[in-house]
Write a protein that binds this ligand. Structure first.
Ligand SMILES: Cc1cc2nc3c(=O)[nH]c(=O)nc-3n(C[C@H](O)[C@H](O)[C@H](O)COP(=O)(O)OP(=O)(O)OC[C@H]3O[C@@H](n4cnc5c(N)ncnc54)[C@H](O)[C@@H]3O)c2cc1C
Length: 378
């Protein structure tokens, strides 16, 4: 007979944990979810301020080509038709992103795709780049010198805290460059924002499941381990092992959020400041995720903006983006070996696996892992 109170303890009420918990619950398992934060949702948490759903841990746009994931999230929220079309502000000049015919027209006055391609080729040849050796050369070979200088250089250097000549080329290998008038940032079949915010969507995912917030699993690990057969751990993998092999590094972001007594600050969700001098990388105006209206369709009189500053991560800061270099990769692999020999614990999500997951990928992984767990008894 099973003496433990829960079949499954899920550590972390982010998208990975909430998906896993939902699937276990629907398979008839007894599930407890704990999160050390005072709220559910993990990094997709949205908080209502002046009637606006504020993306507290950074702008989140749901996009996927995976029909299974799309059907899954649509069980818990209605998605609007939001399309991400950021604007670049270079010293007061505005450009359309991602790079597309509108960008090329504004930059050079070109009208046809052929003219745009010719211009880029011309600038690439003038720069004499054969095989790009760093990010600067890679960028120039993709979009030419003008776009690199005005729209990539300053932004990227602020983001990474290093000159582009010292950054590896692969970081922007997949820069979206379009010779069409399409400024939809994501090439996804399905995209949108959950109406009413992500927090409500995650609350629906967790409906009927016991959740304890403000509860750090690692502080009372022994007691929690004693009450569940399986632990699904979505916190940082190095923290789980008491950082015994060292700290995994992250890039961090600092947000400065302000309520403004005006209805419209910048007319778009995202404006990137691509010059080197402006200290923030971009400004998010949260109301435009939901078209500036409340759920009854009324215009919202105020607005909320967040300035984003890229910053070096220090132990104790909020971890955002894993650093994809060999030093951190090797360290993660050592932690992974420890994780693989930890009985009854599944490590998942962006922190548990130390990798960048888009939301749909985190959900997909959790659906796959939970299905395996249900089928094999974990
Ligand atoms: C700035 C930024 C913008 C992004 N924008 C997009 C986007 O536009 N589109 C997109 O698809 N994806 C985006 N993402 C990715 C998205 O945030 C992730 O896919 C998603 O958050 C992964 O969910 P998760 O459950 O793995 O992690 P998290 O959301 O981080 O959840 C982990 C949870 O575990 C909890 N936890 C950790 N340790 C403990 C502990 N010891 N005890 C208890 N609880 C603990 C944490 O408090 C947290 O709530 C973005 C990411 C960042 C950083």
């Amino acid at each position: 007979m099973n003496a433990k109170k829960y079949d499954c303890l899920v550590v972390g009420a982010g998208l990975y944990g909430a998906t896993f918990a939902r699937e276990m619950k629907e398979a008839g398992k007894k599930v407890l979810v704990v999160d050390r934060r005072p709220n559910i949702g993990g990094n997709v948490y949205t908080e209502k301020v002046e009637g606006i759903n504020v993306h507290k841990y950074g702008a989140h746009i749901f996009h996927t080509n995976n029909k299974t994931v799309w059907d899954f999230v649509n069980r818990f929220a209605t998605f609007n038709r939001f399309t991400n079309s950021p604007v670049a502000n270079y010293r007061g000049e505005l450009y359309s992103l991602p790079f597309n015919m509108y960008t090329f027209n504004k930059m050079w006055g070109v009208v046809t795709p052929q003219e745009a391609e010719d211009k880029i080729r011309e600038q690439k040849q003038a720069a004499g780049i054969e095989v790009p050796k760093n990010l600067e050369e890679q960028a120039i070979s993709l979009v030419g010198t003008d776009i690199y200088e005005k729209l990539i250089k300053g932004y990227t250097e602020k983001q990474w805290g290093r000159p582009c000549t010292e950054l590896p080329a692969f970081i922007i290998k997949r820069l979206p460059v379009r010779f069409t008038f399409d400024n939809n940032y994501f090439n996804a079949l399905y995209q949108g924002i959950p109406v009413g915010g992500y927090t409500r969507m995650v609350a629906n995912m967790l409906e009927g499941i016991e959740v304890k917030l403000g509860t750090d699993y690692l502080e009372n690990k022994k007691e929690y381990d004693a009450i569940a057969d399986t632990v699904v751990y979505t916190g940082p993998i190095d923290a789980y092992f008491g950082y015994r092999l060292g700290y995994l590094q992250y890039r961090s972001v600092r947000f400065e959020t302000e309520v403004l007594d005006i209805p419209n600050f910048q007319g778009n969700v995202a404006v990137n400041y691509t010059d080197r001098e402006t200290p923030w990388t971009r400004i998010i105006e949260h109301k435009w995720f939901e078209f500036g209206k409340d759920e009854d369709g009324n215009d919202l009189p105020k607005t909320v903006i967040s300035r984003e500053y890229s910053s070096e991560w220090r132990p104790g800061d909020e971890p955002y983006y894993p650093v994809n270099d060999s030093k951190n990769g090797d360290l993660y692999n050592e932690y992974k070996k420890l994780a693989d020999s930890e009985p009854g614990v599944i490590f998942g999500g962006r922190l548990g696996e130390y990798r960048y997951y888009d939301m749909d990928e985190a959900i997909e992984e959790a659906l796959n892992k939970s299905a395996r767990c249900i089928a094999t008894g974990c």
